[in-house]
Design a protein around this ligand. Structure first.
Ligand SMILES: C[S@@+](CC[C@H](N)C(=O)[O-])C[C@H]1O[C@@H](n2cnc3c(N)ncnc32)[C@H](O)[C@@H]1O
Length: 220
């Protein structure tokens, strides 16, 4: 069975998104895929988010809280980082990691990207890594619109996605290990989708080995 299938959970009542039920398998998958470069890559993503000391940050589809904890280090003790995910097992894992690593400003809540149970304009920065490809295509724009709604005017967005390898062999290997959604992930449409959701895209690029990111702002 492909390793990617081990981390997928049963369908969730509130979302058709693919949730993760086995956080340890996901962490193992992450360690293998990043081949020792995961911490460096996510430290760079936290920098690219543009969040500063004292900011209120939201991490949508936070999973095991890997980026959430990197964001907590970035905003410091006066900031807050809220992680949202529909999967209770990954949230339990993230809360336990929080106790062990002492990232005191992280809190986690169950929720779905396409209908966030959070007030309008309540965050300075929204980040979301490797989540959008877990949603059916027709829910990606509603999810991005929700991220815009909860950002304050002038607030920043960082969306990160898996960039499939260009070679057919590379895509074949990803398909076998992680499934169709990752092997055929359309990062080329991400900038347009974020613009359609009402953001101003301010930058994009790659973080090695596999990540593509888009930076954007909510203008008003
Ligand atoms: C590949 S994991 C990424 C986790 C984490 N952001 C990271 O970078 O390691 C995708 C996450 O999206 C979550 N997810 C699936 N459907 C979702 C939805 N409708 N709303 C928010 N998150 C969702 C899954 O439960 C899973 O934790």
């Amino acid at each position: 069975m492909p390793l990617g299938h081990l981390m997928q959970g049963a369908p969730h009542a509130d979302t058709p998104g693919v949730t993760i039920a086995t956080p340890r398998a996901y962490e193992l998958f992450g360690a293998v895929c990043f081949a020792g470069r995961r911490d460096r890559a996510f430290t760079r993503l936290a920098e690219l988010s543009g969040a500063g000391r004292g900011d209120r940050v939201l991490d949508v589809g936070c999973g095991t809280g890997y980026l959430t904890r990197h964001m907590a280090a970035r905003v410091g003790p006066d900031g807050t980082v809220t992680g949202v995910d529909p999967s209770p097992p990954v949230l339990a894992y993230a809360r336990n990691r929080k106790r062990r690593t002492g990232s005191a400003c992280c809190t986690y809540q169950e929720g779905i990207a396409e209908s966030l149970d959070l007030p309008d304009a309540s965050f300075d920065t929204v980040v979301s890594s490797l989540m959008l490809h877990h949603l059916p295509e027709d829910l990606r724009l509603p999810a991005l619109r929700e991220m815009r709604r909860v950002l304050r005017p002038g607030g920043r967005l960082l969306v990160v996605e898996f960039r499939p390898p260009k070679s057919r062999l590379g895509r074949h290997l990803v398909h076998g290990g992680a499934g169709h959604a990752m092997a055929h992930n359309r990062v080329d449409v991400l900038d347009g989708l974020i613009t359609d959701a009402g953001f101003e895209v301010s930058g994009h690029g790659d973080v090695r080995p596999w990540l593509y990111y888009v930076q954007a702002r909510r203008a008003r």
